[in-house]
Design a protein around this ligand. Structure first.
Ligand code: MG
Length: 327
């Protein structure tokens, strides 16, 4: 078994602004594994507000393979060893988990969703993300989203109503609003949600800071719109803790450690009658393609990453009818 790790900087087409700040791109780590002449890729995405770095991911990968030289014995064994190998390191685990799933699927000559016994239907609608920005930029982004039926709008800044009004001047498409913890007072959040109720909004994602469960419960009880958790829920075992404060959850492979944990995360959400969004960090086609394999389990996907970046090295994700298509 051979493996190779490389660093990459994934650049946005336009600098991307959300409530955490603005940036030009995202550090990625790619892993390529090879065995029996089959190559397979994995990816870790490392936005700067999270604790993992290119170095920590590389160290984790080296350490894992050093200690698991016979990891190709079988997929279940490899995945179970991976998730029991050190705590945390979720993006690093996702990177290896994705590469292993891709390798085993390629070895069997089928897709990952087929290998997992999943379906390629129904395929949920995928959002196209409109970052914060000037009115001109917003108009440009909405025009780029012509093939998409729902838009994701980033709020939580100084001019939330202006952004929504700018969008509503040019399109009536349903909006998913992602606040990225940007509203600090529950009363202000409730007022904004009431205002948004008239604006054809499907749901509000992470309106309040992730650790304030009491305020989230208060808001959830009063909100006329569904509220989804993103930053407040990372791994499958978090879902039960927040289930009464949200209507749905955003599952990301980078948060929970990859495809195998992602399936558990979604199962846990369904057990508690929660909606499911499959989301992503800023990721290349490699990780987006991996997440899309679970599409049939979700109500919505937020997997437009390859369309927002200018140097995606994995041109493998296809879109059609406002959805991510599965091969
Ligand atoms: Mg989010």
């Amino acid at each position: 078994m051979n493996y190779r790790v490389s660093n990459y900087f994934l650049e946005f087409k336009t600098p991307f602004a959300i409530a955490h700040g603005t940036r030009d791109g995202t550090d990625l780590v790619f892993l390529q594994i090879s065995e029996n002449s089959i190559l397979a890729n994995g990816e870790a995405s490392l936005p700067p507000y999270l604790s993992e770095t290119s170095l920590s991911v590389t160290d984790f990968i080296n350490s894992f393979f050093e200690n698991n030289k016979d990891v190709f014995f079988n997929l279940q064994d490899a995945i179970s060893r991976l998730h029991n190998f050190k705590t945390g390191n979720f993006s690093a685990k996702a990177c290896i988990d994705i590469a292993l799933h891709n390798w085993y699927a390629a070895h069997a000559g089928i897709t990952v969703w087929q290998m997992l016994g999943l379906k390629n239907e129904p395929l949920p609608l995928c959002t196209f993300t409109i970052g914060m920005g000037s009115k001109e930029l917003i108009i440009k982004k909405v025009a780029e989203a012509i093939d998409f039926k729902i838009l994701k709008v980033k709020l939580g800044g100084e001019n939330d109503k202006e952004i929504i009004n700018s969008i509503r001047e040019i399109t009536e498409k349903p909006l998913c609003v992602d606040v990225n913890q940007g509203w600090k007072r529950k009363e202000d959040a409730l007022e904004m949600i009431h205002w948004l109720t008239e604006k054809n909004v499907l749901f509000i994602e992470q309106p309040l800071p992730k650790n304030n469960l009491d305020d989230a419960l208060w808001l959830h009880e009063k909100s006329p719109l569904p509220i989804y958790a993103d930053e407040a829920v990372q791994v499958p075992s978090d879902v039960a803790k927040i289930k009464d404060a949200y209507d749905g959850v955003n599952m990301k492979l980078m948060k929970c450690g990859g495809i195998s944990e992602g399936i558990k995360f979604i199962a846990e959400a369904r057990k508690h009658q929660l909606g499911v969004l499959i989301g992503s960090m800023s990721e290349s086609g490699c990780a987006i393609n991996a997440a899309s394999q679970l599409s049939s389990l979700a109500d919505w996907t937020d997997l437009d990453g390859p369309l927002l970046t200018k140097n995606n090295p994995f041109d493998v994700v296809r879109y059609g009818d406002g959805r991510v298509l599965l091969g």
